[in-house]
Write a protein that binds this ligand. Sequence first.
Ligand code: ADP
Length: 486
Amino acid sequence: LNPASATPLPTTAQTAAATTTTTTTPTSPSAPNTPPVPSVLGLDALFNNPVFAGGIGLAGLGAAAAFGRRALISGAALLRRQLLVNIEISKRDPSYNWVLAWLAQPRDNSGFLAQRLTRLRNLSVTTSTRSLSPRGVPDESGGGGGGGGKIHADFRVQPGFGRHIVRHAPGVYIAVNREKAGTATTATGEPHETLTLTLLWRHRHVLADVFTQAHALAQSFQQGKTVVYTARKMEWAVLGKPRLKRPLGSVILDEGVKERLVDDVKEFLGAQQWGYLLYGPPGTGKTSFIQALAGELDYSVAMINLSEIGMTDDLLAQLLTQLPEKSILVLEDVDAAMVNRRQRDPDGYSGRTVTASGLLNALDGLAAGEDRIAFLTTNHIDRLDPALIRPGRVDVMVRIGEATRYQAAQMWDRYYGDIDKDHSGRERFLKRLDELGLFGGDSQNPDVPKRHTSTAAIQGLFQFNKGDMEGAINMAEGLIPRTFEP
Ligand code: ADP
């Protein structure tokens, strides 16, 4: 930049100097010796007047400075056009987040990290929180471990708004400008943002590297992981960090159910839009199964909870038209759309909510003919509008129910298979569950009430007694669902 941008400077200096010399001449000591020039208008007197001459001098100086500045500005603009490349990335473009992440990312140990981060003085942080386990049952998905309803927070540091200089390689600098784009706003009322990368024209080949690296980085974050999107205001947003793929083997449904579902989805994948309804009590593995299926197909999950406050027909329709690519749409608690909110809240609360017709319309509008898989879940099948169960909306309905003997045995093997070689522990455990009436009553003892337990509860019991079969058998009574009589 230097040699060229310096060009206008001497011009300014020279002009100013010249002006100064000219205007100071009349006031110089040699002035009285100058032969008088006849003048009708008496201009001599005027020019000989030191106050007037000084004024002209100042005006001349000002004009020269203004001219110089203009020359400098247009020179710089010309230079920028000639020597620099600008690339503007809109927030709406997927590469926006990749490049932001790439900018804040350590690359190697050759000192670039230090350079990169020390140059990025103005950082912004995005925090996403998620509950490790809503039911206090540690999640096997690898999404975090722990449990007890703890909240896990992820922090993502990115370059903040403003200008940054990043050293990409020795001698290669990238000027980054992250800014809110004018007064334009997104549908959510949030300002649009743009990221502008500026490089020297001769370094323009670096841009290809930047995007390739940023994309590779984004992919490496997702390798072996499942990205979960949720609705944030009127847009889809990634929920927390991508989670490790949940293995299908970790979800234990009743005999053959999982296999049939997976085969069906795979068979129809890419053929058309395909809707599944999973219904049954909570904690039976519906959500876990969808997560695992997404992992198996290498899809992401785009989740909307219809009972969420603020979810409206319009919002739902809009979200469904902009589903992230290669994602399974999950509409949780679809029964919520069938209940009139006012009816539900007698205290007069009239929060906006999705209506039955809104849900049907949104499903019909779901880009027909495209490669879409939708999973609807509900704990209350009886509340659903029969119009929902129609090819193109819901093609397959599967009840995911309370734990069966088959599931209890499978789960036992997953936890204690290694130490319970002769299966004697498993048989005692299953017998104990029979005695407690947990598979719908004990045929040996008709006096025992018929009851059921959930797979979530069994998983919780095994997780608590990891490596301790006797502990699990002794605590089996804890699987009896607690009922609260009014
Ligand atoms: P649902 O969606 O049916 O309410 P979830 O899939 O959210 O149930 O399950 C809640 C928790 O219980 C999860 O942490 C999951 O690991 C465990 N769980 C429930 N059912 C199963 C199952 N059938 N197989 C494995 N884990 C299960």
